[in-house]
Write a protein that binds this ligand. Sequence first.
Ligand code: G3H
Ligand code: ZN
Length: 283
Amino acid sequence: MPLAATGTLVGAAADRRGAVAAFNVITLEHVEAVVAGAEAVGAPVVLQISENAVRYRYGRLLPLARAAAAVAEGAGVDVALHLDHVQSDDLLRQAADAGFSSVMYDAARLPYDENLAATRAAADWGHANGLWVEAELGEVGGKDGRGPLDAHAPGARTDPGEARAYVSDAGVDALAVAVGSSHAMTTRTAALDHDLLKRLADGLDVPLVLHGSSGVPDAELTAAVRGGIAKVNVGTALNIAMTAAIREFLAAHPDAVDSRKYLTVGREAMTRTVSELITVLQG
Ligand code: G3H
Ligand code: ZN
């Protein structure tokens, strides 16, 4: 199948008041697991490569992007490629030629005016180059090893009035909102602010995106989708599943040296996680 477009998948999900799952991939095993997990439940899926993952791959986007595109094109379900949490304009400009249909431009760390100006420029460039552009207002905490933001810290929650002006002035296609989730949580204990989510969903006419979804319990995820989230970003949950499975395998097989043996159990664990999370989002 040819690559799907993120905007099409998210738009279709939003139309049926559902959500598409978007998983962050680091290795080829992540890519294969995401596609296998989505195929197992017959659902479309988004493969996301973050700027951090590119940095891990010696700063090179194409090796993983091309592998992801090849796996996606061989999938039995719709799969789209999304470039995630982009701060570098140089990386942004590589997106369209590398198979990505969408990008999340992340200027959330900047003061409002600077976020708006940088995002407006990124959205203009993205649209001129055929990309669907997501941006973030309010800051979903926990990025780059920093701890979660206090709920009352400035920017820790997206302001609905500001969000309306931001979406219209920046011209973005989707908005990542800060409603209580935080990146890189290893426990599923986040409590979302559903009243705020409702006010955001009522006031905005673009799909809303939940980041840091690994830390959000199943019931909260289901409620978030009902409340207007149309794209659910998951990364850490895959790494938790992979690492636990490999750790257990190596503890049981201390003499193992063939990396295929432990990567197989790691990939299978991620596949199960993908299927389970997509099923939760289906409500
Ligand atoms: O953009 C990526 C997601 O927000 C992943 O967050 O690793 O906490 O699931 P997570
Ligand atoms: Zn994120």
